[in-house]
Design a protein around this ligand. Structure first.
Ligand SMILES: [Zn+2]
Length: 364
């Protein structure tokens, strides 16, 4: 199996196009076409994790955090990241990361937090905006279904938990074929009227090119009439953080103890809303402080995330209970997601879990 087959499976689940603009997810070191001798899963590519891969002759490391994030200007071994990249190249180990794209999909890091807290009625806390495009295609009626199916197969037509979404209107197209044209129907120089259907679907901007190419491949016309409209809509299936509800309301102190136990914390930093119970819970893997306003606005009683700053906790201002469970603790489940995605697609391929990644943060 090639490295590309494994990373393609991961990107089918968490497309790189969903990563935040500041991120660096994807294949960072290595060759897509190389044969994969194994895959090591970790949160961070530490030097010890890389050594484990080298010792086990594994040539692919899949991590949540990209080893090159803010950019490396030199490779002289002065930082751990530089040494990891140098050693990875020297030993021909590919480094792949699924980061904010893994945070932003259903089934991703934040949804894993929902699983652990057993939240129901889940939705994305901050759906992305301005990333959807409407594709409207005009096709002769007999070919409209083929056009529709081709666009679905290329990834268009998804709205939330629904696939194959489209709308069709019937009408009449007109065209006058020029002297050099080879019309599918009608004659050169004669105005033609053709019963047509207008098929409308939406697609994420990353899927538009492939959807249009697939549509054109089955469309019979020499010149295909189609429109692409950028949409202002939110994409309800993609975005950071999630919100859901506990099975039943829980006393705030009891909820905080549940959080501490669930995320295996030695201690949890928290502020309380003053409300006695928690039912609606927002979560975000990693540094979720910037979503505080969203968590409050969506009516959550509690927000579970990490790396809150003093002033972000002040922003809670008695309106929401906030629990800081630590960056590592909120994201370590990324390894479970990698493992599940890979073994579901390739049941006979067993990825290795890293042995050496330990949380470097201590509590006295
Ligand atoms: Zn993180």
């Amino acid at each position: 199996m090639t490295i590309a087959q494994i990373t393609d499976a991961l990107e089918e689940f968490a497309p790189c196009a969903y990563q935040e603009s500041y991120d660096n997810a994807g294949l960072i070191v290595g060759n897509r076409q190389s044969e994969a001798t194994g895959a090591l899963l970790c949160l961070d590519v530490t030097e010890r994790a890389l050594q484990q891969a080298i010792d086990r002759r594994i040539n692919l490391i899949i991590s949540h955090h990209p080893v090159i994030f803010g950019g490396l200007k030199r490779l002289v071994g002065s930082t751990a990241a530089e040494r990891v990249v140098q050693q990875a190249v020297r030993h021909d180990v590919a480094l792949y990361a699924a980061h904010t794209n893994l945070d932003s999909v259903r089934g991703g890091v934040s949804e894993k937090m929902c699983d652990k807290l057993m939240l129901k009625n889940r939705s994305i806390l901050q759906p992305v905006k301005n990333q959807l495009v409407k594709i409207a295609v005009y096709a002769p009626s007999a070919h409209a279904e083929a056009v529709r199916q081709a666009m679905f197969a290329a990834g268009a037509g998804h709205i939330g938990q629904y696939g194959c979404c489209s709308f069709t209107t019937q009408g009449t197209g007109t065209f006058l074929a020029g002297e050099q044209a080879t019309p599918f129907v009608g004659k050169r120089g004669v105005l033609h009227r053709e019963p047509e259907e207008k098929v409308e679907v939406i697609a994420h901007e990353s899927k538009v090119s492939s959807a249009v190419a697939a549509m054109r491949a089955v469309h019979p016309y020499e010149e295909v009439a189609y429109d692409l409209y950028p949409l202002l809509n939110e994409h309800v299936g993609v975005g950071l953080g999630m919100v859901g509800e506990l099975e039943k309301p829980m006393e705030t102190g009891e909820f905080l103890r549940l959080v501490k136990q669930t995320f295996n914390n030695q201690s949890v930093k928290y502020v309380t809303s003053g409300r006695s119970e928690v039912c609606r819970v927002a979560v975000c893997g990693g540094s979720g402080g910037s979503l505080m306003g969203k968590a409050i606005a969506c009516g959550a009683d509690a927000f579970v995330s990490a790396d809150f700053k003093y002033h972000q906790l002040q922003e809670a201002d008695g309106r929401i209970t906030v629990a800081d469970v630590g960056h590592y603790e909120s994201e370590i489940f990324a390894i479970e997601i990698f493992s599940e995605v890979i073994t579901k697609k390739f049941p006979t391929f067993a990825p290795y879990l890293v042995e050496y990644t330990v949380n470097q943060i201590n509590y006295l």
